[in-house]
Write a protein that binds this ligand. Structure first.
Ligand code: SAH
Ligand code: SF4
Length: 340
């Protein structure tokens, strides 16, 4: 919600300032999505606001629920007609995680990712990011479902190429007077944008950081993550080293598994060696993400081969998890968000 604009509208109409606080609580705490859901406001004011002011900057166009009911994908329309996607994931019993988008499209163009395929349309505003939370929370509340316990900036787009909006959205989501979710329940996934990692360490040392690595040698990583040409592995290692030194936090290392591309035994050796140039193994959790189909030339390795890859890393002292793929039947899994 564009709170500043609303404050201006109310002030101009001579509405007392306590009304603004009533609206703030109704929208951010009780997830009201329409003016009729805020009955404490005088009817006349509600009618006026209905004409002049949308509560959310995003409008739900379509909502898809996976067969197992453990993933819900929202397609939202923006004011200029662009579309973005947001996914609710039921990773823990009775708690939802919300995966939010930060850009319409993405300029990084990783070849295995559906979001990157069309390039960048534009950056999202802080409200367009925060309101994905408000709209998803409204949906869950209206169905009497459990709450959102964590937010991951892992939807469409590269968060650190839209740093200002992302940091504003983190403030709105964590501000006790607005949504009030603790920083420890907020994670940002970056492809390795070095200046962004450095700012994030200073601004949000309590939030979680995930790095989409996918390869630990520059030649392969230049292909898989084209932004590696701007910030090669040596620079990324330095930034992560400083991040860990400043925050004392563990870093989540994402590794999408592509058969015959980055899943050989020698790749585990390279990954392990590179991580050791950054910090001791206890500072990392390696998250293996089996490739989800996006229509490109790639394929996911067989389950058994992913397990072998994981075991080799574990032998080197690393904590490894294999990501459960939720929502593939609604094209809501990692990398499948295209805003079609
Ligand atoms: N741009 C950021 C955040 C959004 S992408 C980033 O890349 O980190 C979220 C995650 O999904 C990234 O780790 C990305 O590598 C992964 N991903 C992209 N395409 C995928 C695919 N087809 N299958 C599995 N994971 C994919
Ligand atoms: Fe962008 Fe992330 Fe997709 Fe790469 S994986 S194209 S950085 S959204």
């Amino acid at each position: 919600m564009d709170f500043k604009k609303l404050a201006g509208v109310l002030r101009e109409s001579g509405v007392p300032s306590f009304r603004l606080k009533q609206v703030r609580d109704a929208v951010y705490k009780n997830f009201a999505a329409s003016w009729d859901e805020i009955p404490v406001l005088p009817a006349q004011l509600r009618e006026k606001l209905k004409r002049d002011f949308h509560i959310h900057a995003v409008e739900p166009l379509e909502t898809l629920v996976s067969k197992k009911r453990d993933a819900i994908k929202f397609c939202f329309g923006l004011k200029d007609g662009l579309k973005i996607e947001t996914v609710l994931l039921n990773l823990l019993p009775e708690k939802w995680s919300l995966c939010v988008s930060t850009q319409a499209g993405c300029p990084v163009r990783c070849p295995f990712c559906a979001t990157g395929r069309k390039g960048l349309k534009r950056n999202l505003s802080p409200d367009e990011i925060t309101d994905q939370f408000l709209a998803a929370a409204h949906y869950l509340k209206s169905r009497g479902s459990h709450k959102i316990g964590s937010v991951i900036f892992m939807g469409m787009g590269e968060p650190f190429l839209n740093y200002d909006s992302v940091s504003e959205a983190i403030r709105a989501i964590s501000d006790p007077e607005r949504i009030g979710l603790g920083h420890r329940h907020i994670s940002v996934s970056t492809v390795g944008h070095v200046p962004g990692i450095r700012r994030f360490a200073k601004d949000f040392p309590q939030c979680n950081l995930a790095i989409s690595l996918h390869a630990a040698d520059d030649e392969l990583r230049n292909d898989l993550v084209p932004l590696n040409r701007n910030y090669p592995l040596s620079q990324l290692a330095k930034a992560l080293k400083d991040y860990i030194f400043m925050t004392k936090r563990r870093v989540f290392v994402e590794y999408v598994m592509l058969e015959g591309v980055n899943n050989s035994r020698s790749q585990t050796g390279k990954l392990n060696a590179w991580l050791r140039t950054v910090a001791a193994p206890k500072y990392f959790v390696v998250n293996l993400i089996p490739y989800n189909r996006t229509g490109g030339p790639y394929a996911a390795p067989a389950r058994e081969r992913i397990k072998i890859f994981a075991e080799l890393l574990e032998k080197a002292g690393l904590e490894v998890t294999i990501r459960k793929s939720l929502g593939a039947d609604i094209s809501g899994a990692c990398g499948q968000l295209a805003g079609r």
